[in-house]
Design a protein around this ligand. Sequence first.
Ligand SMILES: Nc1ncnc2c1ncn2[C@@H]1O[C@H](COP(=O)(O)OP(=O)(O)OP(=O)(O)O)[C@@H](O)[C@H]1O
Length: 403
Amino acid sequence: MRVTHLSLTDFRNYAQAEVPLFAGPNLIVGRNGQGKTNLVEALGYLSTLGSHRVSTLTAMIRAGQDAAIIRARLESNGRQILAEVQLNRTGQNRAQVNRSVIRTRDLPRYFSCVVFAPEDLALVRGDPGGRRRFLDQLLVLRTPRLAGVLADYDRVLKQRNSLLKSARSSGVKGNQLATLEIWDERLVAFGSEIIDERAELVRQLGEPLRVAYRAVVGADHGPTLSGALSILGADADGEISTSSTTATGSAMTGSSNTPAGTRIPLIAPGATTADVFRSALAGLRRKELERGITLAGPHRDDVIFSLNDLPAKGYASHGESWSFALSLKLASAELLRRDSVTGDPVVILDDVFAELDQQRRTRLAAAVTGFEQVLITSAVLEDVPEALVAHTIHIRGGAVVDG
Ligand SMILES: Nc1ncnc2c1ncn2[C@@H]1O[C@H](COP(=O)(O)OP(=O)(O)OP(=O)(O)O)[C@@H](O)[C@H]1O
């Protein structure tokens, strides 16, 4: 898939911009602070419903304006699609596809892109929330129906938390316990589906992750790489021990790959994720009523990435962490490419070449050149490998300019 034209109205520092885009590499250049990242951030929103650099979406609306509009013409398997979204300060965003209103959360059904940016380092070094978001965005792009399951889980979690909070402040009443049991069942139903989907995704990421790491680093006898989903919250006070679903565990090189996706039975052989989740909630009941929040569930999961059998977080060097993060993104682009009926995801490299040495630049360029469309932003033209210098767009002060 590719974007053939991007229009922005009152988005970040763009009052109005019309940007034609082409198949293959598109290089977006300009001095610092001119609007290069803003341009690709707009496209990222259409695919992830978020930003790779801020969590408050109102920052994307041009200062002094009430709404921003992102409009992209897409070509997907020969089909033309016009995807639009209006971001409002009120938070009531509106989306359209081919001029028909759709739910904003359904936008990723029409457009998939993978954004690589310096912020990705947080996937390895940052908090679990970033890793959960990474998995969930990829899940939704691959299986759009899961956007609904994630939204339902969040809704039930909020309702369950407010019930726990009110039980904490006013003492537990019998009818509250009955209601809590109803919320428990819903939380378990949505939550165990999310846990299972995330675990399967981590398992599937294993092989492309190893291939990507090798492509970026060029290791011939590479380190071992693995990821494991730690589920049900790893409660700090030890009420429940962290249960872990090993998801990728094989050596990066060598022929005898450990079978990926080995499930460790958590309670008893044959126990389902729902069984485990349900009994964790039962075990935490007293503590949850004391604290007034839900202490177990996929909202507390983490993915533990390992390099050379050590957790990447806290052990990997800056260069290793950055290569790991790049590889995670490359691996997700590869998964999307494999299972997408709409063709390759659009690959966006936002300011990444400045972070890499010459060898890694060349290797990364080689890894992405096969994708149908690649958008690259850079303040320094010379940082970008020649293989990616083709169509060039110059940005100055929130406007597309000639040369
Ligand atoms: N909501 C907004 N309204 C108006 N201007 C904004 C808004 N958000 C950001 N800007 C402006 O956009 C500019 C930053 O744009 P952007 O991050 O795209 O720069 P860039 O060209 O990628 O720079 P660099 O090379 O330094 O990464 C800043 O001047 C900032 O003040």
